[in-house]
Design a protein around this ligand. Structure first.
Ligand SMILES: [Zn+2]
Length: 330
């Protein structure tokens, strides 16, 4: 906004100057161009059918996955695997109320290692993949290989309502493609019949082109014929990749979900990749170490450096920081 008004002011100034200066004294003016950088923003749109029988969330997570790729320098397979897990946690967090934190752990046995993401009900998500260098794309089809690199294992969800007693819920990985694993988790853990879809599309240089997903849930008051109609529509829905590739993928998703049915938009909220780490937090973590270890770090290493796994930010703790921690312990 500030940039936009400044730009208007500069244009007005240049126009006035042009007319106020006599023609023979006009010189080519040096024009500075100010760009108001408009940050692209991810969003989740929550909707409900007019009949109140089912509801749907649709998400644009493109910037979220782009940020993840930048922070972790992920390659083709690791970008898609981490991106899909980030979207899965955004979907699960959107399904919660209050001040809830959702941790999704994809504990696979193959080359990607574990994928850990944490999302909250304020629209923040962070995450990392243990081995970000995994990079396989089938050149003929452009398809990115994910499932075999996740492998077998568990889909673990930790729900923290802020009570200090997080709730753990786990299902086996079905395909390792994350979307199917989330669908299976939802079927097993929730009584509500749901359909879910998510994906990340890459460009020729393996950078994130578009990322997003949806969740559709049948609500308790739905009539039999409505459920049947809903199921048929979900089965006939175009592939999530096709929908995401549309110019306006949010609209394409909503049209695919609701068809001719009327629906209401309940809300539109911003979602983003955001890490909540700070030097104070890591200082607290260091404080839990035995004084002997802290003394060693101070004397032998002349300090300590901690890198946040979620966003790769490095925090340095000098001898004074360590001394302070040691003093607090005695
Ligand atoms: Zn961080």
């Amino acid at each position: 906004m500030v940039h936009a008004s400044l730009l208007c002011f500069i244009i007005l100034f240049l126009v006035l100057k042009f007319f106020l200066i006599p023609k023979n004294k006009r010189r080519p003016a040096l024009v500075f161009l100010f760009y108001a950088k408009i940050e692209a923003m991810d969003k989740i749109i929550k909707t409900i059918s007019e009949s109140g029988s089912f509801r749907a969330f649709v998400l644009d997570s493109t910037e979220t996955v782009r940020a993840a790729q930048e922070y972790h320098q992920t390659q083709a397979s690791s970008t898609v695997a981490l991106g899909r897990t980030l979207i899965a946690s955004q979907i699960l967090a959107a399904n919660e109320k209050g001040n809830t934190k959702i941790t999704v752990k994809i504990l696979g046995t193959s080359s990607l290692g574990a994928i850990i993401t944490v999302a909250d009900t304020q629209g923040n998500v962070k995450g990392y993949v243990q081995n970000p260098g995994v990079d396989i794309k089938k050149t003929a089809t452009g398809e990115v290989v994910v499932g075999p690199f996740v492998g077998n294992g568990e889909f673990l969800v930790i729900t923290d309502y802020g009570t200090g007693n997080p709730y753990h819920s786990m299902t086996p990985l079905v395909t390792g493609e994350i979307g199917e694993d989330l669908a299976y988790y939802l079927t097993e853990s929730q009584q509500t019949p749901s359909a879910v879809g998510l994906n990340v599309l890459l460009d020729e240089e393996d950078k994130v082109k578009v990322a997003g997903g949806f969740l559709v849930q049948v609500l308790p008051n739905a009539k039999e014929e409505e459920i049947a109609r809903f199921e048929k529509r979900i089965q006939e829905m175009p592939a999530i990749s096709t929908l995401l590739a549309s110019d306006d993928h949010i609209e394409a998703l909503l049209t695919a979900i609701y068809g001719e049915d009327h629906y209401k938009r309940l809300s539109e909220e911003e979602i983003r990749f955001q890490c909540d780490c700070s030097k104070e937090r890591f200082m607290d973590a260091l404080a839990s170490l035995p004084a002997k270890d802290l003394q060693e770090m101070k004397d032998e290493d002349q300090g300590a450096e901690i890198v946040c796994q979620f966003c790769q930010t490095a925090y340095h703790f000098d001898k004074n920081d360590l001394e302070e921690l040691i003093r607090d312990k005695s």
